[in-house]
Design a protein around this ligand. Sequence first.
Ligand code: ADP
Ligand code: MG
Length: 372
Amino acid sequence: MDDALTLQFTKTFRGGPEIAVDLRIAMGTPGVTVLFGPSGSGKTTLLRVLAGLDRPAEGTIRFGGETWTDTARGIYVTPQHRRVGLLFQDYALFPHLTVERNIRHGLRSLPGSEAGHRVAKLLDRLKLDGLANRFPHQLSGGQKQRVALARTLAMQPRLLMLDEPLSALDAPTRETVRGELADLLRSLQIPVLLVTHDRVEALALGDGLAIMDEGRVWQHGPVEEVFRQPANENVARIVGVDTVVAGRVLHIADGMATLAVGNARLNASAASLQPDETEVFACIRAEDVILFKGSELPQASPRNRLPGVIKSLAREGPMLRIKLDCGFALAALLTRQACEELALKEGDPIVAMVKAPNVHLVPREVRHGVRD
Ligand code: ADP
Ligand code: MG
């Protein structure tokens, strides 16, 4: 039996792009697959078709050994029988029901005692104790999200889908909730599909990353691989970060973290790190990389001085994009004039400088116990 989720379908809305999805997600090791792409690219449609809320024009959807949709054979399994959970962007809580009754809503067919037991466990697990009798309007954004998650999990879904779960929250709340959500998703033993158009969320929450644009999945692979090696220019433009590289925090002192990245060491602001975080992605914009030749190097601190070699130069409008090997792959963007002044060419030894505050760290959620 094929232990994978496979989607192959087309669907067209009048006036919209043709959505033609071809995606296979292995389910042997549960984890979070992030669907990432601009607005209108078909992400919500993919979730709705997978959940059985919308029917494709033609195609198949398979979940392990089960066929949920097969238009050619006239197979269509109802949403209830797919036993999947879909968390909507706006959480869709019932405003006139308490937290407890919202969570209990889908469990009407269960005996009262069993439903009560399940709800109590979820209230505890999602830190909603004490809020059971509140109504949605009496909750913060983060609490609403936890109620919506509890309601979805109460049905014991075999697959969890979340559509932009953090987009309804304001920025400071979003960061806290992102960490809580990462912990929770990590503890689930079911595959998760999460939609976002936020790069940091994709990095922080995803194990796998599927890039969508104009109704198609252009690339699907481990998060870091997709950021590091976009399959084509379109994907590169969508992921939009020049250097994303995995690193390990070696130590933190005076608010500054020292990381091991490939064969190099990098200094970065530790502001975005929790004390116990060691695995991170370091993100560096190509514009923030300055190149020097020879020995006349400014000694200003806090800076990263990264000796390396030029691997390639490519024109990009008035600029030149330069790929470097500094013990890890680093991209720089310079004006053509600056390149001419430095007489840069392939194979040249070079020193790249990046200010520590320009190395942005994103905690990397390593899913212990789920991926192992
Ligand atoms: P995303 O979630 O990535 O923003 P959607 O899946 O919502 O994208 O939409 C993909 C395309 O399909 C868009 O062009 C959108 O306008 C169109 N679309 C989605 N749902 C409907 C609908 N119910 N009726 C008409 N067009 C739709
Ligand atoms: Mg959407």
